[in-house]
Structure formats: structure tokens, C-alpha cells
Ligand binder design. Sequence first.
Ligand code: F6P
Length: 538
Amino acid sequence: MPENLPGAVSPADITTTRAWSALLARPTPPSLRRLFDADAERAERFTFTAADLRVDCSKTHLDDGTLGALLDVARTAGVEQRRDAMFAGERINVTEDRPVLHVALRAPIGTSIAVDGRDVVPDVHGVLDRMAAFADRVRDATFGGARITDVVNIGIGGSDLGPAMATQALAAFAHPRIRSHFVSNVDGADIHRTLSGLDPATTLFVVASKTFTTIETITNATTARGWLVDALGVDAVADHFVAVSTNAEEVAAFGIDTDAMFGFWDWVGGRYSVGSAIGLTLMIAIGPDRFRELLVGMRAVDEHFLGAPLESNVPVLMGMLGVWYADVHGHDTKAVLPYAQELARFPAYLQQLDMESNGKSVRLDGGPVGTSTGPIVWGEPGTNGQHAFYQLLHQGTRIVPVDFIGVARPNHPHQHHHDLLMANLFAQAEALAFGRENPDEPYRHFDGDRPSTMVLLEQLTPSTLGQLIALYEHVVFVQGAVWGINSFDQWGVELGKELAGRIVPELTGSGDEPGDPARPGRHDGSTDALIAWYRERR
Ligand code: F6P
């Protein structure tokens, strides 16, 4: 790796190092059954804490030797140096020449993080204060003479998934009058269904887009604006639209006053932005104090990631376990199974966080990665998943490492339901790990020996949700550092966007003129035929 890369101390390719060879040379681990039989203290020894999170890694195949080998890999890859470079505001996102400072969003007043010589912590708190004043107004005051009952967040990707996931997760803390809606898809069905239940006079739109050029968001926002103006006239836009963006020019060009804009910075990646102004809809729902608790929770895990020794550093341990299962064992998917209905969108949120970050095949120095990178992340809440895909988890030919997430005390009064839920959670991890012999009826035989990690929370609160988010952000970070990739760009989404932009006029034009983009023969035979099929029917 060239020396001028910020935070770079690792060699070009981790798979060429002695630490990697030592990891590969480790003997095949004993079964989980044998690991537990050999060590009465195993559960205790491999259960760790990060802030209030309890993380039981004992039902993975970790032992002291493998743990040591994995941590050698982490050290060789320079995980700690890259972490420190991120927290120090170095420009570790080299392809976009930016720092990566979502951790600054939760830095308390009094700390200082400099970008180009400027301390950004006061800026962060300045925006938080403006957001808080606005959120309080929406919650308590009237807008154009009416109280807001519905807030519609229009955004996509990181400008949707984080706030949508968190707003659902924290529904128990939401203002009783305010309903939150999230419109993301360019499919008109999304905005159509959302608007059809709403009263323009009591609806607030939050247009959330880092760039303010994303076609889905601008299309949905334009439709929403037309709906509002038809009902209340153009003057109502000022009371019913706010923007969250880094791009004041585009916000103004869209027709939202920049006084009604909440800013953030290019050093906040979209999928890392829920703690920024992108969380405005969430803040309106749960209130500024609760939103600050979310940030405090995130910060607690940031401090753990920064300060805990690698041997008990939970993001490092979970990240390295993921590297081991993916690259040494060849398990290329990972299931995230929250036993909390409120975390139903957490797997979808993690898909973007992990797969957009680490779905890369080129290293920071431009060379090819020597092993597989980010896993395919998927999941559904328990117990629903049990009645859908757990058959494959228990008896399929593929091994799928699982992250279970569970909560001790629910945010609802139905204790019996919760006892059943938790019994299922613990039973599933036990069944995966230890299986059941049945030589007479092979179809009833469970091999077991299927690894899982159990993440437990006392209660799902803004603070513990913040901890969970920061935990996974740092797991993704650790893995990206080991693979030597840039986890903070997303060039892979560009080609499809560009081609879609070319195809739009081909669907709608007449195709009669020689220069008309709708004339056939511009693509491969298949794409031309698809376009022709659609043109005949639209
Ligand atoms: O999917 C690509 C992407 O750039 C994401 O990284 C981002 O979260 C999303 O689009 C939305 O971008 P914006 O916030 O600029 O509208």
C-alpha cells in the first residue's frame, strides 16, 4: 500500500502476510459441542460487553489460538491505525478525498475534531440545536394555523434506511400525535399510497438528500410539492417543506428556502448519516432529548472501539469473526435475526451499511482483493423467519453464520409474548449450535455446529439503539481495514444510474427522427427488445 494513503500501514494485500498464512494454518476447529465440553467457562470467557451491549461469541468456533491469530491479522492490517486516522479526521476516503467523520456527529461539546484546521464539533452541535428547536416547534406549535400530524421523509438509501429503521425501532418513544412516513422508491406506488391518506394542511415534508440530485428523491419531492400546492397554494411550501442536505444550491433551486434547510457535511457518508440532520424525522418523532440519547449511545460504543484492548474489543472481535467465517470457512452470507419486531428494518439498514461499504473488489492501492470481501447480509425478525427460512439454516447444505439480537425488557406490556419470543431466540441458537443426532431418521437429524453470535440489550431505547448502530458501523470498518478496501465510497451504484438516465428518453420519445434517442439499435439485442416491449405497452 503506498505510504501516502492516510492511515495506511498495512501491506498491499492481507492474504500475502505471515499473519494470514498463520490463520490459514490453524487446525480445523473442534465442533461447538466439543468446545463447550472441554471448557466449563467457555460461555463466560467468550461473552463480552460494549457499553450496555452483551455479546456472546461462545457459540462460534473461537478458541484462544484462533483469537490470537485473528488479532494478529487485525494488527498486521493496521486496523488500530486506520481507526485512529478515522477519528482524527484524516482523509481516509481516498477516492473521494474526504475524511470519514460520522463519529464527529456524536462527539460531545468540549471535544475537538479538526477538518482542514477547523474544529467541526461546534458546527455539529449548532445544527443539532437548530434541529431541536425545529423539532420542538413541530411537536408543540402550529404551522400555517394547523398542528402537524404527519411527517413524510422523502429520501433513499442512507437518507431513508437509517431514519426509517430507527423511527420504527423507537416507536414506543414517539410523540402520540405525529405519524412518520418514509417514501423512498421512485415507483409512484410509494408516494401515491402515502399521500392518499394525508391532509396537506397537517403534513410536513422532510426532503432528505445529501446531494439533492438523487432522481428518486427529487421525483418524489416534486410530486409531493405538486400535491401540496394544488391543495393549499404555492405559499404553503414554506410552512410544509424542509430540506436536509449538504447542497444549498440545489435545495434553493428546488424551491425550498435555505433557511428551512438543515445541513451536514461531505465527511458524513450517506449510510453513516442517521446521527446527522438526516435524522430530523426521527428527532421530530422521539423529541430532541431522546435523539441526543441515541448519540450518547453511539458515542459510548465509539469510546469502547477506541479504548478497549483488541482482545475484548467487540467491533474488532465481531469483525474478525466475520472475516474468518467468510474467507477461511467460505461462508459468504450472514443472517441478522432480530428478536424484536421493532427492529424489523434493521437487516435492510445493515444491508446498505455493510454491502455498500464492503462490496468491493479493488484495494486502496488499486490492486485486486485477494479474498472475498463483504458478506451477503440478510434477515428478518424472529419468530417470523423461523417459519420461512430457518429450515435452511438448520439442515441446508450451506452454513450461514447468524447474528441474533434480543432484548430483555420489551417496550410493550405483553410479558407472556415476550417470554415466548425469548425462549425461541435462545432455543434457535442452541439448536443451531448443538443439533440433535437421529441416525434412524436422517431427515430428522440435525448436524448442529452452526455458529451464531448473540447480541443482547436490556431494553430497546434510543441509547441502546445508538450503541447497536455504532457497533455495526465499526464491525464494517474493521473488515474493510483488513481487506484494504475503501469502505466509504460507492462507485458501484453509478453505472446503473447512468444507463437508466440514457434509457428514460428512449422509453418516452417518438423514435421517428434520425437523432432521436428513442431510435432502436442503441443497445444489445436484449435491452433493445425490452425497451420495445415496454414502448408498445406504456
Ligand atoms: O445508493 C447510492 C447512494 O449514493 C447512497 O450511498 C446514498 O445513501 C443514497 O444514494 C442517497 O443519496 P442522497 O442522500 O444524496 O440522495
